[in-house]
Design a protein around this ligand. Structure first.
Ligand SMILES: Nc1ncnc2c1ncn2[C@@H]1O[C@H](COP(=O)(O)OP(=O)(O)O)[C@@H](O)[C@H]1O
Ligand SMILES: [Mg+2]
Length: 344
């Protein structure tokens, strides 16, 4: 089998800002996001709930509700095509065969009234000019490829007849049946137990190896990132706060938020001794994003300087971080500060 080409950029996002109409006012929810994904590569997007991971992913597929949301700036280049300039009806040719997506909760995306074989075949027919029988054949082969035993028989079953893990495999089959060049997986394993989660991650890696597709893997779990990704984007309050290779992020995190996320990961010995660390406070909602560094109100390293907006700066080779105090602080040495002493 041919090795998939590496480093061939398939998706380039520049300065993407997405706004939602919140209480009658257009409010930025995701701001200034730039990222690239190459064929055969996995980019993880990680961050706490509400940081803008799903809004970013959905905007790449132009799946956000049109009247309540808008892309107010930026560009999305997919295989040489500007997705933001495309007419809505032309987007259907990109979705499925170009970019496809899997979501956290398979049950909400499957129609309970149709067999899973019919539903996968329907996706095939939407993108390929093939007859019903041939589409069903492709559906069954894809079900085999994603590890569903007795696929020809199981294709005639309905979604509720499958376990959660098997349903997620069906969603993956639906997403890959038209051989997309980019797969966006938004928390695809969050609802699954650990063993099944590992199997699904293996499956995604295998499919990627076979097809050379690029992948965006969205998760709130840095532990999963190490398993699947080549590079990582860390999001906080609608911003990218750090971007690096997986290796550099774990070895040399440059942003206090990333450092906090790494510290929050359960690791056997430390957890048993000290309990699980969690970053104090909660992320701001879009209507209350601070003018300055958005993480400053929760950051133990913040000073008055952090009331200014923070830009992404280069902190290493292909490693950027959005911290005004980079170079001044040592993330391993937590400053002690009386609570409430800092107001930014
Ligand atoms: N339809 C919507 N209308 C208004 N705000 C929304 C809508 N969808 C998401 N948001 C807001 O956008 C922010 C980012 O959400 P989301 O991308 O879903 O976060 P994540 O996927 O990282 O958990 C959240 O503050 C959320 O409340
Ligand atoms: Mg989400």
């Amino acid at each position: 089998m041919n090795q998939p080409a590496q480093n061939d950029p398939i998706l380039s996002v520049r300065d993407l800002t997405v706004e939602f109409r919140i209480a009658g006012k257009w409010t930025p929810v995701v701001t200034g996001v730039s990222l690239d994904v190459a064929s055969g590569e996995t980019l993880a997007i990680v961050g706490e709930s509400g940081s803008g991971k799903s809004v970013t992913s959905m905007s790449l597929m132009r799946l956000l509700p049109p009247r309540q949301s808008r892309v107010s700036s930026g560009s999305i280049d997919f295989a040489g095509t500007d997705l933001l300039a495309m007419k809505r009806r032309d987007l259907n040719s990109v979705r499925g065969a170009g970019i496809s997506m899997i979501f956290q909760e398979p049950m909400t995306s499957l129609n309970p009234a149709f067999t899973v074989g019919e539903q996968i075949a329907e996706v095939v027919r939407r993108h390929k000019k093939v007859g019903r029988r041939e589409a069903l054949g492709t559906a069954i082969r894809t079900m085999e490829a994603v590890g569903i035993p007795q696929a020809a028989r199981r294709a005639r079953a309905y979604p509720h007849e499958f376990s959660g893990g098997m349903r997620q495999r069906i969603m993956i089959a639906m997403a890959v049946c038209c051989e997309p060049r980019l797969l966006i997986a938004d928390e695809p394993t969050t609802a699954l137990d650990v063993t099944i989660q590992a199997q699904i991650l293996d499956l995604l890696r295998e499919l990627q190896h076979e097809t050379g597709m690029g992948m965006i893997f969205v998760t709130h779990d840095l532990g999963v990132v190490a398993e699947v990704a080549d590079r990582v984007v860390v999001m906080y309050a609608g911003n990218i706060v750090e971007q690096a290779s997986v290796h550099d992020l774990y070895a040399d995190a440059a942003h206090p938020y990333t450092h906090g996320l790494l510290k929050s990961m359960p690791t056997g010995a430390r957890t048993a001794r000290e309990g699980i660390y969690s970053i104090p406070g909660a992320p701001p909602r879009p209507v209350e994003f601070p003018v300055g560094c958005r993480f400053a109100p929760r950051c133990s390293f913040a000073t008055a300087a952090c009331s200014a907006p923070a830009e992404l700066i280069e902190v290493g080779v292909e490693h950027v971080a959005r911290c005004l105090r980079h170079g001044e602080i040592d993330l391993r040495i937590e400053p002690s500060r009386p609570e409430g002493a800092l107001h930014v």
